[in-house]
Design a protein. Sequence first.
Length: 245
Amino acid sequence: MPTTAKRRWCIPLAVRQFLRQTIHEGGPPTELVVVFDGPGIVHDLLPRDDRIRLIQIDEGRSLGAKFNACVENALGEHIVLWSDDDWHHPERVERLVENTLRFCDVPIAGSQTALFAELISPGDTYVYRSADGTLVGGTCGFERDLAIKVPFPDRPSGVDTVWQFALQEANVPFTVGNLPDYVAFQHGQTTGRKTWPPKLPSRVWTKLDSERAAELLGALGDDLSAYRRALSRATSQLDGELADA
């Protein structure tokens, strides 16, 4: 999980979602590798748990460098990308690793569609469908050896997409699933290259009406409101600091 002090508001929620992941009896142990660069401290946000490891790297390193640091420091043979500001279903790791990567015996798997939901007003929700054959980055899981042989590009954004282009050129096989295990949140601090709000009409974006959005986001339970409250508190605190400056 690459992160930064600017994401203090969502780090505890991302860690909580990891700790509640289900792993079937006899399954491999899991760990959350949190890669962080200064300044600022995130240590106080992490519970004391042997499954959580904090790796600090030099300040100013790119998102791609953080991804690679995660891979280099991971102990398991499979890696699941863990976005610090998005939502992960409690069974996401088990489904992706055991039911997909291991069962299908492929080096990388994920989904080519995902829900994107706004955390701030107006709170719209969209479905994104990949048009270039790539997987939605936040949904991906892969073999650690794959990312050692083909490291992530050293760039600040679009990291997972450019990485997948390199995998396509190398003819690396992958499996596509569309399980509703992940929701990308939009909040003004995202690092992706996608324009927000999406320009419609679009061949990759579909805006959902409020009824359909509520139905699909119902799987999040209280998590959606928890993220919105956390972002609201962080925004209010920042506004107060700017006013005092």
